[in-house]
Design a protein around this ligand. Structure first.
Ligand code: HEC
Ligand code: HEC
Length: 364
């Protein structure tokens, strides 16, 4: 899966250079070419998985295989535990609310001390399927990512030492960590491993689109199907492909026409230091996109209608009519899958030795 993503990416990069330099007619031909590339890569992928599945650039979300339920349960407690933050008030779920598609539905998140976050909070649903984590891909996987927010002064504003001393002071956690990791000490690596295990279980199979992919012709209406055909044939699938309908590559925002924004994020250039990577972001997943508004890294597109309109113009040089836009939006809404059914975890109580929360303390 990863190697196919890489091939499409490598192929796309060379096409992209040409793409930027060409004028409108050639540009459209290129879009068709890219679509072809994405399709051939995806077809191999679909075939190897199951012959009953339609061979499309987007594949159904596989049902997760839980390897270690005790670890996942611990990760769930940690995900919901605000004591990992300096304030004792902010948990992962504050900004990745699992009742709201794994996001906060804000343009930019609110962090410690009511600070305005720098960038829109992406969903944690299906995030294990991405080639890397964060908009600019600076964390290679979920484990590497999970340590970040705890110590980020603008998010949970704690430190790894403080978070560990909080957990170690709680007898219920000491017992669970020992049971899961067979060690006496609690470490930050165990915390991030458990969080990642929980997040790997946060997948959303059985969307109506997946039912259609698996052969159920009645799963989509004529309008939704027309929307998918437009999505595929106009070239959206060159970037939004794979089981997550995204997350397989980094691409420029504003490929055909520059994106106008006052937001300071430079995307991938911040990681690679290369000028060509300016305004290049990880292509976001479109799974559950109906739930994850507002859109784009700066949260500047309030509705799906706006996001589709901008994508058409900026990425493909194409203006969709009102009807076409409605069709694509109708298709995008069929990507909403079964949301993880969670029983609220009961968190073990603090002890007399637990460091006290500091909701209004500045910095860390
Ligand atoms: C204050 C809000 C906030 C809190 C709390 C928070 N996050 Fe995030 N999270 C964000 C934002 C904003 C981003 C995007 C940052 C970026 O890309 O630079 C993000 C990115 C992520 C991503 C990457 C998703 C992707 O598609 O790239 C994952 C996974 C994630 N967070 C998990 C967690 C976990 C686990 C915790 C708890 C330990 C947590 N977050 C706490 C706001 C928050
Ligand atoms: C050249 C690659 C590329 C193409 C082609 C493309 N997209 Fe995107 N798409 C992206 C990138 C990159 C982003 C993130 C941009 C940002 O946040 O600044 C994105 C973001 C989105 C979002 C917002 C998702 C979110 O959670 O914020 C939607 C919706 C979307 N695209 C739909 C489409 C549709 C519909 C098409 C076809 C009309 C399309 N895209 C074509 C690369 C592409």
């Amino acid at each position: 899966m990863r190697s196919i993503g890489m091939t499409v990416r490598a192929a796309f990069r060379s096409v992209e250079t040409r793409f930027v330099m060409t004028l409108l007619p050639i540009r459209l031909a290129c879009a068709a070419l890219i679509t072809g590339l994405a399709l051939s890569g995806a077809a191999v992928q679909a075939q190897s998985r199951s012959s009953a599945v339609r061979q499309e650039p987007i594949q159904p979300i596989p049902t997760p295989v839980i390897k270690n339920q005790a670890m996942v349960d611990l990760g769930k407690q940690l995900f919901f535990d605000p004591r990992l933050s300096r304030s004792g008030f902010i948990s992962c779920n504050s900004c990745h609310n699992l009742g709201m598609g794994g996001t906060d539905n804000l343009k930019a998140s609110v962090g410690h001390n009511w600070q305005k976050g720098g960038i829109n909070s992406p969903t944690v649903l299906n995030s294990s399927m991405s080639i890397a984590q964060f908009w600019d891909g600076r964390a290679k996987d979920l484990r590497e990512q999970a340590g970040g927010p705890i110590a980020n002064p603008a998010e949970m504003a704690s430190s790894h030492e403080l978070a560990i001393s909080v957990l170690a002071s709680i007898p219920g956690y000491r017992a669970t960590f020992k049971q899961v990791f067979k060690k006496d000490e609690i470490t930050i690596d165990q915390v991030t491993e458990a969080l990642a295990a929980f997040e790997e279980a946060l997948v959303t199979p059985n969307s109506r689109f997946d039912k259609w992919l698996r052969g159920d012709d009645k799963a989509l209406s004529a309008e939704e199907l027309a929307g998918y055909e437009l999505f595929k044939n106009s070239g959206c699938v060159a970037c939004h492909n794979g089981p997550a309908a995204g997350g397989t590559s980094f691409q420029k925002m504003g490929l055909v026409q520059p994106y106008q924004t006052s937001h300071e994020a430079q995307g991938r250039a911040g990681v690679t230091g290369k000028d060509v990577d300016r305004m290049t972001f990880k292509v976001p997943t479109l799974r559950n996109v109906e739930l994850t508004y507002p859109y784009f890294h700066d949260g500047e597109a309030p509705t799906l209608r706006d996001a589709v309109d901008l994508m058409g113009r900026l990425q493909l040089g194409r203006e969709f009519s009102q009807k076409e836009n409605d069709q694509i939006v109708a298709f995008l809404k069929t990507l909403t899958g079964d949301q993880p059914k969670l029983v609220m975890p009961i968190l073990p109580p603090s002890s007399d030795k637990t460091p006290r929360p500091e909701p209004f303390k500045r910095g860390n």
